[in-house]
Structure formats: C-alpha cells, structure tokens
Design a protein around this ligand. Sequence first.
Ligand SMILES: Cc1cc2nc3c(=O)[nH]c(=O)nc-3n(C[C@H](O)[C@H](O)[C@H](O)COP(=O)(O)OP(=O)(O)OC[C@H]3O[C@@H](n4cnc5c(N)ncnc54)[C@H](O)[C@@H]3O)c2cc1C
Ligand code: SF4
Length: 251
Amino acid sequence: MMRLPLFEFRAPRTLEEAASILDGERANAMPLAGGTDLLPNMKRRQQVPRMLMSLRHIESMNCVALNDSGSRLGACLTLSEIAADRRFRNGLTALAQAASLVATPQIRNMATLGGNICLDTRCNYYDQSYEWRKSINFCLKKDGTTCWVAPGSSKCMAVSSTDTGPALMALGARVRLVSRSEEREVLLADLYNNDGIDYIKRRPDEILAEVSLDSLHGWKSTYWKLRRRGSFDFPVLSVAAAVRLRLLAVR
Ligand SMILES: Cc1cc2nc3c(=O)[nH]c(=O)nc-3n(C[C@H](O)[C@H](O)[C@H](O)COP(=O)(O)OP(=O)(O)OC[C@H]3O[C@@H](n4cnc5c(N)ncnc54)[C@H](O)[C@@H]3O)c2cc1C
Ligand code: SF4
C-alpha cells in the first residue's frame, strides 16, 4: 500500500486568508481541491509539499453566476455539479460534456473545475510509484536527468490531460488568478506552457479563483473525446468546438 507523506493541513475560509498562507509558504505549500490528482501524486512522491491548503471551505469558490452578460464559475465547483446542472447547456454544453467525461462518477463527485484546469502533466514514465521510477533512475521531470520518451531531448514532453481545458478554450474562457500582491485575469488559452515540467503560468503563490466567460447567448458548443477505454480514461485526443448561429433574412 502506498502511504501519503506527512504534511501540515490548513483550511482557510476566505480567499484573502488562502492567498496570505500561500504567500508565506511559497513553494512549500500546494492548494488542495478535490485531491483526485494531487493525493495519488503525493503517494507516488511526485509532489511532496510540506503543507496542503484546502480550498473547499472558501464559499466564493463554490458559486455559479450565469446571466445575460456572461458567466462566473467558482473553481471549486465539482465536475458532477457542472455535468448535472441544466443551465450548462447550449453555449456551455461543451463544458458539461467535458466534465461528464472525466474519470468515474466517484472521482467527479470530488474533482473540481480548478483542479482539472491545473492538473499535473502525465507520462507513463512519471505516473509510477517511487520504487518504479527509482529503478529507471527517475526522469527529467522529477529527480532524474534523462527524458525516457525522447532521450535526446532537454525538454519534458509530458502533456496535460485536462478535459475541461479544451472545452473552455473553445468558449474563450478566462481564469482569475489571485495572490496576496495582485489579481490578474488570463485567457485560458494563454495559461499553459509548451513544457511538461513548467506546464502552467500560475505562480505557486496564486490561486485560480474562478473561470469567467462572455455571454454565450446564441452559441452552441460540443466536446468530443477519444480514449482507449470506453468506461473511463484520460483523453488521447480532445476536440471542442463552439459556433454562433445567426439567421439571415433572404429576400
Ligand atoms: C483514475 C483516474 C482517472 C482520471 N481520469 C481523468 C480524465 O479522464 N480526464 C481528466 O481531465 N482528468 C482525469 N483524472 C485526473 C483528476 O481526477 C481530474 O483532473 C480532476 O478534475 C482534478 O481535480 P481535483 O479538484 O481533484 O484536483 P486536485 O488533485 O485537488 O489538484 C490538482 C492540481 O491542481 C492544483 N489546484 C487545484 N485547484 C486549484 C486552484 N483552484 N488554484 C490553484 N491550484 C489548484 C493542485 O495544487 C494540484 O497541483 C483522473 C484521475 C484518476 C485518479
Ligand atoms: S521527462 Fe520525459 S519521461 Fe519524464 S515525464 Fe517528461 S516526457 Fe515523461
């Protein structure tokens, strides 16, 4: 059985408190949302933060505001909530479909939107136990010097497997990143780096607080996922599309 390493646990009630904790701890602390990605990673010693800071008690991160001028989705909404909510239709159908295709019902009940956007990159040489990774002398992404996917490469090729990411990108989503010193909004399409190690532009002291979207009135969207195992699996290929239909009067 793989055990979690020891860690300190904090559960702030406000975004300000959370930002202040991360500011003080910097690289020693990691935000914990549903834990469906981070906790298995910690058991495999891929990530060993000294402190976990739960985001689940921050009320503003659990809210949804959908109206004619646009939508604001708290980063701690669960994927089950998004998949089941009938307001996530037409323009937002791609997001609901992507959320419903992540992992299994049990995982979707815990997994959050923010966690799905920020999840670590995956690779067969990395998503293994500590002993397995040690037996190949680890790899470039963690504790080693060689990339076993492309041994001549100085760059890690691991990629994010987020399902909601492509759907939200097709919808032009932005994310609000909050730290103690500043708040900034970033287009989701600009959030990721083409690097399996430094894969996200979110700084360690920043919390992804919410996802915002412009009005999707008149839009329709869809998300399709190719996976090896039909019941549940990470995407091998993701396709998301959004279109705005306009009726033109023909004389
Ligand atoms: C068996 C299995 C199958 C899976 N299948 C899929 C799949 O098909 N598709 C898919 O996309 N994923 C899949 N996953 C991965 C994971 O379950 C989901 O991506 C999930 O949405 C992660 O969300 P979480 O809330 O549990 O994140 P967590 O595990 O809590 O966090 C993930 C990462 O994001 C960071 N983080 C979380 N929330 C925030 C925030 N608000 N601000 C800043 N940083 C944050 C954490 O520090 C951590 O680095 C699977 C996992 C398992 C175990
Ligand atoms: S460095 Fe290479 S082997 Fe290691 S996770 Fe990245 S792609 Fe995989």
